[in-house]
Design a protein around this ligand. Structure first.
Ligand SMILES: NC(=O)c1ccc[n+]([C@@H]2O[C@H](COP(=O)([O-])OP(=O)(O)OC[C@H]3O[C@@H](n4cnc5c(N)ncnc54)[C@H](O)[C@@H]3O)[C@@H](O)[C@H]2O)c1
Length: 252
């Protein structure tokens, strides 16, 4: 399906990023895994096979680091057809309730997650312009589309951060902005808004969350694979500036 397309995955060592890297290779693509942790990165690259995967250290909130990442990717594979921005930098404050938020942590999270997505897009689009084409997928969330279902969090220590909602709405906005900004340049920008992904959440939360969905409820990262491959492939050639929700009906 991907015909040797080269796909850069930021946050490629994360829950969603790892699953995406595996799926891209399964569909005859090649991946560049961009993340902060060198040892884990090399070992994941070796697991995927060095002919199909390359790990490169990346801080996706830093322009110079992004430029190095893009240049080294090109030196290795000769091109970058697509990028999926899955990096998810979080400050120590992440998960603090609204009443206790401090400006410094907010600045870090808003900049690293939303500012980082803008900076990454800027550097990547500059690379794509020189190349003559390219495809970018951002990752938003159901929290960018609707207010949290606060009742699901009762009886747990979990918090759905207000800044997460703001950042994820922002991701949908920059996706539309960039798709239109790149008019006539052979560059596509879309986003995926996943529902919650299973990751050892407490049972009391899962029960309530699942009851707000239609069939499965909380998903596994692999449940996003079909949408990922569709957006990466030429099947979605004229899909641009769109946000595809994959949430088993949570937002209905
Ligand atoms: N997990 C979910 O339930 C869920 C649901 C909806 C949306 N999302 C979104 O999906 C994306 C990925 O989430 P995840 O659950 O895979 O997160 P995760 O924490 O499992 O993985 C994030 C990865 O990003 C890397 N990273 C952090 N800061 C970085 C930086 N500055 N530069 C490069 N890499 C960096 C981390 O090392 C990690 O490997 C996020 O945007 C998240 O908001 C997740």
């Amino acid at each position: 399906m991907l015909n040797d397309n080269v796909v850069a995955v930021t946050g490629g060592l994360g829950l969603i990023g790892k699953a995406f890297c595996k799926e891209i290779i399964k569909n005859d693509g090649k991946v560049i895994i961009g993340d902060l942790f060198i040892n884990q990165g090399i070992s994941f690259q070796n697991e995927l096979g060095a002919e199909n995967a390359l790990f490169l250290e990346l801080n996706s909130s830093d322009s110079d680091s992004i430029d190095n990442f893009l240049e080294n990717s090109k030196n290795h594979f000769g091109k970058i057809d697509s990028a999926v921005h899955c990096a998810y930098p979080r400050s120590k404050q992440w998960g603090t309730e609204f009443e206790k938020l401090k400006a410094e942590g907010l600045r870090d999270d808003l900049f690293n997650q939303l500012g980082g997505a803008i900076i990454f897009s800027q550097r990547l689009i500059s690379f794509y312009r020189a190349q003559g084409y390219g495809n970018l997928i951002h990752i938003s969330s159901i929290q960018g589309l609707a207010a949290p279902k606060f009742e699901h969090y009762e009886g747990t220590k979990m918090v759905s951060p207000i800044e997460y909602s703001a950042i994820k709405s922002g991701i949908i906005s920059i996706t539309k902005y960039l798709a239109k900004y790149c008019k006539g340049e052979n560059i596509r920008v879309n986003s995926i808004s996943p529902g919650g992904i299973l990751d050892n959440q407490p049972e009391v939360f899962l029960e309530k969350y699942n009851s707000s969905c239609i069939s499965k409820g909380m998903m596994e990262p692999q449940d996003l694979n079909g949408t990922l491959i569709y957006l990466l492939s030429s099947m979605s050639k004229f899909v641009n500036g769109q946000n595809i929700i994959v949430d088993d009906g949570w937002t209905l």
